[in-house]
Unconditional design. Sequence first.
Length: 276
Amino acid sequence: MAMSIAKGKASGAQQKERGNQLFAQRKYEQALACYTEAISLNPRQAAYLTNRALCHLKLGAWSQVVEDCRSAISLEQGLTKAHFFLGQALIELESYEEAVVQLTRAHELSREQGKNFGDDITSAVRLAKKKRWGALEEKRLTEQNELQQFLTRLITDHRDRQLEVTGTNAQAVEKEHSERLKQVEQLFQQADETTRKREVPEYLCGKISYELMSDPCITPSGITYDRKDIEEHLQRVGHFDPVTRKKLLQEELVPNLVMKEVVDAFVAENGWVEDY
């Protein structure tokens, strides 16, 4: 029995290696078949599942990515790649809320484990948050338009009922109707922020938290971070720049006064940013 298990593991590793070679050649469907065989030989090996998930990702099979990544995470929760691939697939499936959760977890794991994914994970988090915000904005604008249409119908119905009354001054009724419609239109156009899509520019967001920066500072490498985030990184993870991986000490952080002015001006002009 033990010999059979050992043989299965060895065969699984061979299939995985063959899959890796095919993947490097961009033969994703053939690589996927090898990883599937490896999984059948050793179903408890989470890495085989993440490898197959990546093939599905390349082929645009989002639901299969989700399935493989969830299975991999159930076997090994600290798999950065599983959370990363899962988050990317969830973006494509428009499940933005969970995508943010999974990608943020991938980022946390990469920092804890000292793995360098460059800006890949942070870019994915920014995209997920941007998509999530965009979906919320679309919903807000839709509800706003529906409300305006509802009020317009109420005003028009009120006019029609008045005109049905004998002896009504039709001209006065029509004038009142026009004035009320105009008031509603002005109400919905009064504030520009309620009639346009709202968005925080990426360059104003920190590269660690992905949130609007409040105290931007710049490193010797020229990368700007929100001070609280980069200081926490230096204390908890290590003395290096998260993006460039170059050595970095807290005393080397310099306030980015120009960026601070830009952020403050943006906040002053966009009160809604408090909820972003």
